[in-house]
Design a protein around this ligand. Structure first.
Ligand SMILES: NC(=O)c1ccc[n+]([C@@H]2O[C@H](COP(=O)([O-])OP(=O)(O)OC[C@H]3O[C@@H](n4cnc5c(N)ncnc54)[C@H](O)[C@@H]3O)[C@@H](O)[C@H]2O)c1
Length: 253
């Protein structure tokens, strides 16, 4: 297929974890923006925006199938938003080793594989964009989240490497590092944290979760989706290898 060329035609994106929370909000916003979106998730539902595609992104086959499906369906691939993830909360001595493997597979290896398999299409785009949804926990740690924090810290290294290797071919790679966003993932964490800390769920929110956010609010999905539109759009050409903290001041402490 002939290179699409910078800025020409309708852009095409892969958004992972698109059946819920942040990924769903970004997919919905991209569709509104006129971007073709392959919305990848384990089990996309009838409300999943864009073109739903089922894949297990902890596997090589799942990541390869997602890239192939996007290119087959849209004829191009300009944007990859690796967002799928989950959390596992346990002290290190009790941390389940299969959960550790799965966390690194989804948070670190999937973004690598999607970029690797999609690389030539991003080059052909002339304005390829990778926008990883990382976390405030990509920049600092909290107890009982060793797998998640290791995966998130690692993916910032990947983002910087993509930025360097893609610099001369129009590829720009950045990460968004949100503080707490009220999504199903966070709702589940409140219960897990309550167990790990031996506290009530209300106390976990006020004394554990938001304690490190000077602004005592969760991040809004619409604000995140707007940032993803900017970081994957034509006006972000000068931004690469960086992470944008949307964390209510967490990283200012
Ligand atoms: N919610 C927050 O407060 C918050 C804060 C910082 C970062 N994040 C990050 O944002 C991303 C999205 O989080 P969310 O809160 O929207 O979570 P969510 O649980 O609402 O959505 C995550 C989605 O990922 C999908 N997924 C999980 N494993 C998968 C797999 N193996 N293959 C395919 N899809 C899979 C799930 O099915 C789910 O639909 C995650 O990477 C998370 O770490 C979330």
């Amino acid at each position: 297929m002939a290179p699409a060329g910078q800025g020409s035609g309708r852009r095409a994106a892969i958004v992972t974890g698109a059946a819920s929370g942040i990924g769903e909000a970004i997919s919905r916003r991209f569709v509104k923006e006129g971007i073709d979106v392959l919305s990848v998730d384990l089990r996309p539902g009838p409300d999943t925006p864009g073109v739903p595609f089922a894949a297990d992104l902890t596997t090589r086959e799942g990541n390869k199938a997602a890239v192939e499906a996007a290119v087959e369906r849209f004829g191009r691939l300009d944007i990859i938003v690796p967002n799928a993830g989950f959390q596992h909360v346990a002290p290190i001595p009790e941390f389940d080793e299969d959960r550790w493997d799965a966390l690194l597979a989804i948070l670190l290896t999937s973004p690598f594989l999607l970029t690797k398999y999609g690389w030539q299409h991003l080059v052909d785009s002339g304005a390829g964009r990778v926008c990883v949804i990382a976390s405030a926990h990509a920049l600092s740690a909290s107890p009982f989240k060793s797998g998640y924090i290791s995966g998130k810290h690692g993916v910032l290294g990947l983002v910087k490497t993509i930025a360097l290797e893609g610099a001369d071919c129009g590829i720009r790679a950045n990460a968004i590092c949100p503080g707490y966003v009220r999504t199903p993932l966070v709702q589940a964490q409140i219960a897990d944290q309550a167990k790990a800390h031996g506290m009530t769920e209300d106390r976990v929110v006020s004394e554990v979760m938001l304690v490190r956010q000077p602004v005592k609010q969760m991040v809004e999905l619409d604000d995140l989706a707007e940032m993803a539109v900017f970081l994957t759009g034509p006006n972000s050409n000068s931004l690469t290898g960086m992470s944008v903290s949307m964390d209510m001041g967490w990283s200012a402490l």
